[in-house]
Write a protein that binds this ligand. Structure first.
Ligand SMILES: NC(=O)c1ccc[n+]([C@@H]2O[C@H](COP(=O)([O-])OP(=O)(O)OC[C@H]3O[C@@H](n4cnc5c(N)ncnc54)[C@H](OP(=O)(O)O)[C@@H]3O)[C@@H](O)[C@H]2O)c1
Length: 254
């Protein structure tokens, strides 16, 4: 089946690099217009130019726009959703991808500012961006929300405990919203395993070969591995799927 997003508009948070940037490139290649968002405009512009120069000509009028927004800031969420609709005329797909770098260490010792920041971006953020997408467009026109969780939301890894608590809660938010917003809006999640991005660098850089041997498919994930699954969830090929999560981890959870 051809996975196309022609005529669709997507908004992706945390998309200046890593998994978010790979999803943006994949969506543009599939024919979508994409708003990419993160906290630093310069990085967003660089990413947008790279995507346009890679896919721009081959996909005709596909475009990428940028909007600087902290995913933990509700006013920024409202402004970014509004800017997306103003720029492209609609909003079909919201990807809640932004997350804070995990606090490494025993969860029981985490200080309240770090606990609050992780919660505000990873969980409350996804909730608020979904609310804005619903309020400003999806309640009337329907849509598709994809939340980027983690296999940490399905298992227990004590070194990044609080981050994983937010990722587990994000899965329940996904299920609850899916039931509440059906049939007009589908809501699903992706649970990546260990992917070679900046966020996870401390977990993989020093021991990539050894970690790869512990993964059934013998390699770490690339951002494109997650982007391919996101394209499936964003496309009509998954039109009978809502309220679930797809694990993309090379078999790591096994
Ligand atoms: N890499 C993995 O192994 C892995 C595994 C499981 C799940 N995930 C999840 O995958 C998603 C993407 O992570 P990644 O690995 O691609 O990380 P990454 O390469 O570090 O990229 C993170 C992106 O999020 C942005 N960002 C960070 N904090 C933000 C905030 N408060 N508001 C808005 N944007 C923010 C960053 O840009 P700025 O810093 O400029 O804002 C960047 O664009 C996250 O939800 C992460 O939890 C990753």
């Amino acid at each position: 089946m051809d996975l196309r997003l022609d005529g669709k508009v997507a908004l992706i948070t945390g998309a200046s690099r890593g998994i978010g940037a790979a999803m943006a490139a994949e969506f543009v290649a599939a024919g979508a217009k994409v708003m990419i968002s993160s906290r630093k405009e310069a990085a967003l512009v660089e990413t947008a130019l790279a995507i346009e120069s890679r896919f721009g000509e081959s996909v005709g009028d596909a475009q990428v726009a940028v909007f600087e927004a902290n995913a933990g800031n509700p006013e920024a969420a409202e402004a970014c959703v509004s800017a997306t609709i103003e720029r492209f005329g609609r909003l079909d797909i919201l990807v809640n991808n932004a997350a804070t770098n995990p606090y490494m260490g025993k969860m029981i010792e985490i200080d309240l500012p770090r606990l609050d920041k992780t919660y505000d971006v990873n969980l409350r953020g996804a909730f608020v961006w979904a609310q804005q997408a619903w309020k400003q467009s999806m309640a009337e026109h329907g849509g598709n929300i994809i939340n980027i969780s983690s296999i940490g939301g399905l298992s227990v890894e004590t070194s990044i405990g609080h981050y994983n608590v937010t990722k587990a809660a994000l899965l329940h938010l996904t299920r609850s919203l899916a039931k509440e917003l059906a049939p007009g809006v589908r809501v699903n999640a992706l649970c990546p395993g260990l992917v070679k991005t900046d966020m996870a660098r401390a977990l993989w850089e020093s021991g990539e070969d050894a970690i790869s041997q512990m993964i059934p498919l013998h390699r770490l994930g690339e951002p494109e591995d997650i982007a391919h699954a996101a394209l499936f969830l964003a496309s009509d090929a998954s039109s009978w799927i809502t309220g679930t999560c797809i694990v993309v981890d090379g078999g790591m959870l096994l």
